[in-house]
Ligand binder design. Structure first.
Ligand code: PAF
Length: 283
């Protein structure tokens, strides 16, 4: 496994590999890898001749009061997990290389970036779209893999790749959960034991919503109410949003159908957690 920090070196390697006809699979991350990332890497290993993992905590996707400075980092452990998953190249650029003095270009994916997480994190998806575009230009993947836990991020990237005719395939991979149902996230490292227990209400409410849907409930309001009742029982959890939206366009839906996204965001202490499910879809 090679570790490359230099942008030009990574790009030159990618160009050479492409000339040799190699298919590059790419998993972009901010590090502090968990089993969710490992599932992306294993699928990437299956889909590509060469598997590239990037680790870069992207400053421009964090708001001023967010957790950029305390975002968890553990390069040694990440490299161990990467090696176990068969990664060929770990790309670890630094912020000055990615955003040199004078940097002033950004990518905005308009409407789909605005609701849900975009409403409480203004500019967040511009930061994501911009860094992912840069990473794609450097790594030149044939296929890039993203987790469906960040459902809106995946929708934004799919839209961007289509709109800008980027020549690659985007694969969305299922949410990976702990045994007790908590969706895996690097930010789970912030949770106290008490907060973690409270956070289980997210998955509990998803199970209830899925049961209501399979029993025939189609009113978005009724499903939202049941989810809110479940989450509302936890005093340590503050709801940011509970929304039902079209799984592709992310437009609001009053009547739930087979591809309706139920998206949840909450806060416990300083930690923001998100989770989701697509109603009508097999898990
Ligand atoms: O999902 C993430 O870890 C990040 O948002 C991404 C896609 C690596 C961009 O910084």
């Amino acid at each position: 496994m090679r570790i490359i920090s230099n942008i030009q070196q990574m790009q030159a390697l990618a160009i050479t590999l492409k000339r040799e006809g190699k298919r590059i699979a790419f998993v972009p991350t901010m590090g502090f890898l968990h089993q969710g990332h490992a599932s992306l890497l294993r699928e990437g290993r299956r889909q590509g001749d060469i598997l590239v993992l990037s680790i870069f905590v992207n400053p421009i996707q964090f708001g001023i009061n967010e957790d950029l400075d305390r975002y968890p980092r553990d390069m040694e452990r990440d490299c161990r997990i990467a090696a176990e998953c068969g990664v060929d190249v770990v790309f670890t650029p630094d912020a000055v290389g990615m955003y040199p003095p004078g940097f002033q270009t950004g990518v905005t994916v308009r409407d789909i970036s605005l609701p849900l997480c975009g409403a409480s994190r203004p500019g967040h998806f511009d930061g994501v779209a911009t860094v992912v575009t840069k990473l794609f230009n450097i790594v030149q993947p044939d296929v890039a893999l993203f987790g469906r836990k960040d459902y809106q991020q995946l929708a934004v990237i799919r839209r961007m790749v289509t709109d800008l005719s980027m020549p690659m395939e985007i694969v969305g991979m299922p949410i990976v959960r702990e045994a007790d149902g908590l969706a895996m996230s690097s930010r789970n490292a912030y949770l106290s034991e008490e907060q973690r227990q409270s956070a289980l209400c997210l998955h509990r409410s998803i199970v209830i919503a899925r049961k209501l849907f399979s029993d025939g409930e189609r009113s978005a309001d009724a499903i939202k109410k049941a989810v809110l009742e479940t989450i509302g029982q936890e005093s340590l959890i503050m709801v940011e949003y509970i929304e039902l939206r079209d799984g592709n366009s992310l437009e609001e839906q009053e009547i739930v159908d087979n591809a309706t996204l139920l998206a949840l965001a909450v806060k416990t202490g300083q930690t923001r957690l998100i989770d989701n499910t697509v109603l009508g879809e097999e898990l």
